[in-house]
Design a protein around this ligand. Structure first.
Ligand code: RB5
Length: 153
């Protein structure tokens, strides 16, 4: 499995830490930047990694900013992307098992490095449960590209 990685300046150091962890585990990745702590705009970086996942070049992505919020909002604008912001291990497990999240977003200013690695590990190693969850994520997919949809019956 190859992972698409990206961060803004706030997430840069955590991204470097995660890269070391992936290397130790023998997991391949591509780093879409940023390359230092010089301020950048998080949507630009999130878009690079998320569109690589969207195109199917990578099965999963990990995108980091200060809170994980901005990059999640950005990535979720792309059709087929299910980006989940996880600040705890339970959310990480559910993001994969229930939501089939293909992108994990992390907040480098919210969680410490140790917890971030635990979350990454769960995100990479938890399978989608399918079943009733399949129907539910299909309902999400059906909303993609719609503007003024009404209640779902
Ligand atoms: C950058 O200061 C910060 O706004 C960004 O990293 C992120 O937290 C946005 O959601």
């Amino acid at each position: 499995m190859k992972i698409a990685l990206a961060s803004d300046h706030a997430g840069f150091l955590l991204k470097e830490h995660i890269k070391k962890y992936l290397e130790e585990k023998g997991i391949k990745y591509r780093d879409f930047g940023t390359d230092d702590e010089t301020p950048v705009d998080y949507p630009d970086l999130a878009l690079k990694a998320a569109s690589a996942v969207q195109k199917g070049e990578f099965k999963k992505g990990i995108i980091i900013c200060g809170t994980g919020i901005g990059v999640a909002i950005t990535a979720n604008k792309l059709k087929g992307i299910r980006a989940a912001l996880c600040c705890d291990t339970f959310s990480a497990r559910c993001a994969r098992a229930h939501n089939d999240a293909n992108i994990l977003t992390l907040g480098a200013r919210i969680i410490d490095r140790e917890l971030a690695l635990e979350i990454v590990d769960i995100f990479l190693n938890t399978a989608f449960e399918g079943g009733r969850h399949h129907r539910r994520i299909e309902k999400i997919s059906n909303l993609e590209g719609k503007n003024n949809f009404g209640p779902i019956d």
